[in-house]
Write a protein that binds this ligand. Structure first.
Ligand SMILES: N[C@@H](CCC(=O)N[C@@H](CS)C(=O)NCC(=O)O)C(=O)O
Length: 343
């Protein structure tokens, strides 16, 4: 743990080391061929964020990010159970791609310029998020300006360190940032009153609040201080694999746009709608051109449902996270989520 008022040197070093490790490791020949040969898809997932990736009472890991992993396995291996979930923190996740420790990160990481040019490729945004601050209700903080002189908990290597530094400086607010090795530790320290506030993606805060027995003692301030386009990550130099991950995720969004669901996907194979016919591989050769079976999207949707179904099941208003679609609504419904045309 380190306490300082600017972006921690340790974090910069960690980020640098991760980037160097990513570039120095021997490149994998072809991840798509590898995954097919092994018959198992290895997904790096976050440690314990309910709704995204966490073990349920039966010890089974479920969540939004797990469902994306299953969708890719269904599309590539025709079996959504052929997955190996590798829980990883911020320190280990990025370096796991070039070494083959994982094939894809279906994690909670933000697409940033330095990550993109530092050996990591983000095929498509799966979650438009932004960062916010959690505080205790007792603290009486109602807006970020009330956090002048506050101590803020976060994790090394996350986007939050720079966001806090930039925001507080720009608004002439004083702060002390306390960084931890993982978000888990940062959150636990905040709950343990080591800090006045915790910063993270709003979805991450919702996930952590969801598992607190006394969640009503806390709140998330209304202001959102950053844009966090979050998506799966693959290693650079793997254009075939990058396209596979992109178009599996894309298929889940396209399915929602066309009203194709887990329940009706079989019937929809007889649809007269040309968009649906191409999506499900009834016409065209969109799957084969990716190196997959032509009905890869059908398999993915059959396994986990469309984007909206994945949302509702894992993080939606009826789950402990209670997340509205907001920015992640389809464009047709006023949000930012849209598919790349299957044409
Ligand atoms: N989106 C931010 C934050 C990501 C983040 O903190 N994600 C949490 C999950 S919600 C995490 O990775 N936790 C792993 C850990 O505890 O280190 C980033 O990309 O830096």
């Amino acid at each position: 743990m380190s306490t300082q008022s600017t972006l921690s040197t340790a974090s910069k070093t960690l980020l640098g080391l991760a980037a160097i490790a990513a570039l120095a490791a021997p490149a994998r020949a072809d991840v798509l061929d590898d995954v097919k040969a092994h018959g198992v898809l290895k997904c790096g997932v976050t440690l314990a964020a309910p709704g995204f990736s966490a073990e349920d009472n039966a010890g089974k890991r479920t969540g939004f990010d797990v469902d994306l992993c299953k969708a890719i396995a269904a599309a590539v291996l025709e079996d959504d159970s052929k997955i190996q979930l590798v829980p990883m923190d911020l320190k280990t996740a990025f370096a796991g791609l070039p070494t083959g420790a994982v094939d894809v990160l279906t994690h909670r990481f933000t697409w940033t310029q330095s990550r993109d040019v530092g050996g990591l490729k983000f095929p498509k945004v799966m979650f438009f998020d932004g960062q916010g601050f959690a505080v205790t209700k007792k603290s009486k903080a109602n807006k970020i300006a009330d956090l002048n002189n506050a101590t803020i908990c976060t994790a090394q290597g996350s986007t939050s360190e720079l966001i806090v530094a930039d925001y507080f400086r720009a608004h002439k607010l004083k702060y002390k940032i306390v960084t931890f090795a993982s978000q888990e530790q940062a959150w636990d320290a905040f709950v343990g009153k080591r800090c006045d506030a915790a910063i993270n993606d709003r979805s991450g805060l919702a996930a952590r609040l969801a598992k607190l027995p006394n969640r009503d003692d806390f709140k998330v301030l209304a202001e959102t201080v950053s844009n966090e386009p979050i998506g799966p990550i693959v290693a650079q130099g793997q254009p075939r694999w990058e396209a596979v991950v992109r178009f599996v995720l894309n298929a889940l969004v396209a399915a929602e746009e066309s009203g194709v669901t887990q329940a009706n996907v079989d019937a929809e194979r007889s649809s007269q709608n040309p968009d649906v016919q191409r999506l499900l591989g009834v016409t065209g050769d969109f799957g084969t051109k990716l190196g997959l079976a032509n009905d890869y999207a059908y398999k993915a949707i059959k396994a986990v449902g469309n984007y909206g179904e994945i949302w509702d099941r894992n993080v939606g208003p009826k789950t402990p996270l209670r997340l509205e679609r907001g920015r992640n609504a389809l464009v047709a419904n006023g949000g930012l989520m849209m598919s790349i045309p299957v044409r």
